[in-house]
Design a protein around this ligand. Structure first.
Ligand code: ZN
Ligand code: ZN
Length: 140
């Protein structure tokens, strides 16, 4: 990578970095640490960790103490295994220069019929249920 930024990290390209070791900036150091620590997930180039699943009581009483405020996520690993979590922690987007292949994906379901949505589908309903919502609005 070439850069004109004098204080940029030659490895990850982060401008104005703090070097924690010779040639290793704090951004590189953080991501090396994340990559070396077992249990990390990469979804759409962002890094996540699944924490211990809270009990229903703990989740109801204090959702904000859990990752992503206790929101429910379904995650599918490359081998097809699926995990439901209410404790998903997000470490952030991996810089392009340090990018690695995804190791998992989010699985989304239609809130009306429960059908699985396409990975690229950001709506909360399947095409059929979205069409009936659109039709209902059209009657106004
Ligand atoms: Zn760096
Ligand atoms: Zn549906």
């Amino acid at each position: 990578m070439t850069t004109t930024e004098p204080n940029a990290c030659p490895t990850c390209g982060t401008p104005d970095v703090t070097f924690v070791l010779f040639g290793v900036c704090s951004t590189c150091d953080f991501w090396q640490w994340q990559f070396n620590l077992p249990g990390g997930l990469i979804i759409n180039g962002e890094h996540y960790r699944i924490g211990e699943e809270p009990t229903a009581d703990a989740l109801n009483n204090n959702p904000s103490q859990f990752g992503s405020y206790g929101r429910r996520y379904v995650i599918r690993f490359l081998d097809g295994r699926e995990v439901v979590t209410h404790n998903l922690w997000h470490q952030g987007a991996i810089p392009d220069a340090l990018r690695r292949p995804d190791s998992a994906a989010f699985v989304w379901h239609c809130i009306v019929c429960g059908a699985e949505l396409a990975a690229t589908d950001t709506r909360r309903r399947c095409a059929t249920d979205q069409a009936s919502v659109d039709a209902a609005w059209g009657e106004w």
